[in-house]
Design a protein around this ligand. Structure first.
Ligand code: F6P
Length: 380
């Protein structure tokens, strides 16, 4: 006979974003109020189950004081490093610690796990759960919006709003000083943040990793705006994963040998100044995009996802990820989303909109291919 569900774990994994607490809250409310289950919040993603003593918090109704829906970050903590299958040990060696994770789930007596993560976390944690025969349901979150099979993920709307607001703040100072402002934004290898916020924030140039550009193309657009149209300033948005003309993606090294994208904004600033003679300045938004109060859209998405994820657990529909498509919450097999990040479609509606507005988005050939996407979906 199948064991009834009595206790579930919830964890956040990968880079944080706004709206994670709203998912945790929604999942806990549904699990406790509707199904009468116990809910344990796992601390620091997979680490809380690998560490001994185990690290977790009991999430009962007294825990939720009313503020969590509104708070950025994750009340549970998270990590975006330390793959349990290839875990970096203090002596520099690597070890498979997946067994510690599986043991942790058993020691806590969890009947299922709700995992709130991006494409990388979905891939790793679903493999861990498969190894331990643990029932898992995924909830997509990432500011990058690069998870397959869902139109949008928790955290993206807030991040895109932050970028739009940054452009709203850059425009008046650009106009006052007759400058070209370059704004470098996050998104890893995908241009969803840059394109969405670039359109909403009135950019003249939007560079995304999915479409190659030329420096001449960028310079021509800026000259057209400044000299042809007589506007004294221009706004450029560049996604951090864009390449230089030489074909490199600039990176920054951090402690522990971690490499992150960063630097394309400074590169472009110099190039644009040289090619156009305009005065240029650069702004790097960085982790500002990940923090802050979640937008109304992220809170709604998070709430709908949290409820649906727990309903899937109740139905024992494991190995699924909740998703948002065509104004509905649906669920899709985890296998179909763990195929890598979802790129932006250069033939999609938003690129068409940007080009229709006369925004320079790179060089388009007839042969521009749409990326492989199991389920389609535009990123708004
Ligand atoms: O994946 C989310 C993200 O914010 C990316 O947009 C960015 O490239 C990366 O994480 C930054 O990672 P970290 O927080 O480790 O600096």
């Amino acid at each position: 006979m199948t064991k009834p569900i009595k206790r579930i774990g919830v964890l956040t994994s990968g880079g944080d974003c706004a709206g994670l607490n709203a998912v945790i809250r929604a999942a806990a409310f549904r699990a406790i109020r509707t199904y009468g289950w116990e809910v344990f919040g796992i601390v620091d993603g997979t680490m809380g189950l690998m560490n001994r003593p185990l690290q977790y918090r009991t999430l009962d109704m007294h825990f939720f004081t009313g503020n969590h829906l509104r708070e950025g970050g994750t009340m549970l903590g998270t990590t975006n490093k330390g793959d349990p299958f290839n875990f970096p040990m203090p002596d520099g060696s690597r070890r498979d610690r997946s067994g510690d994770f599986v043991e942790g789930v058993k020691l806590l007596g969890l009947d299922a796990l709700v995992v709130i993560g991006g494409d990388g976390s979905m891939r790793i944690v679903s493999k861990l759960c498969a190894a331990g025969n643990i029932g898992m349901v995924g909830v997509p979150k990432t500011i990058d919006n690069d998870v397959h099979c869902t139109d949008t993920s928790v955290g993206f709307s807030t991040a895109a709003n932050v970028v739009t607001e940054a452009l709203d703040r850059l425009q008046p100072t650009a106009a006052s000083h007759h400058r070209v402002m370059i704004l470098e934004v996050m998104g890893r290898d995908a241009g969803h943040i840059a394109l969405n916020a670039g359109i909403a924030g009135g950019a003249d140039v939007i560079l995304i990793p999915e479409v190659p550009y030329t420096l001449e193309g960028v310079a021509d657009k800026i000259k057209e705006v400044l000299h042809g149209e007589g506007r004294s300033h221009a706004l450029v948005v560049v996604a951090e994963g864009c390449k230089t003309a030489e074909g490199d993606v600039p990176t920054v090294s951090y402690t522990g040998g971690q490499q992150r994208y960063g630097g394309i904004g400074h590169y472009l600033t110099q190039q644009i100044a040289d090619l156009t003679g305009a005065e240029t300045r650069v702004t790097i938004l960085g982790h500002v995009q990940r923090g802050g109060t979640p937008s109304m859209h992220d809170r709604l998405l998070a709430s709908a996802f949290g409820v649906h994820a727990v309903d899937l657990v109740a139905q024992r529909k494991f190995g699924r990820m909740v998703a948002w498509r065509d104004r509905s919450v649906i669920d899709v097999p985890l296998d179909s989303v763990t195929i890598g990040p979802r790129s932006l479609d250069p033939n999609g509606a938003l690129v068409h909109t940007a080009r229709g507005l006369g925004i320079y988005c790179g060089e388009f050939g007839e042969d521009m291919e749409s990326p492989r996407d199991c389920c389609g979906g535009e990123s708004i």
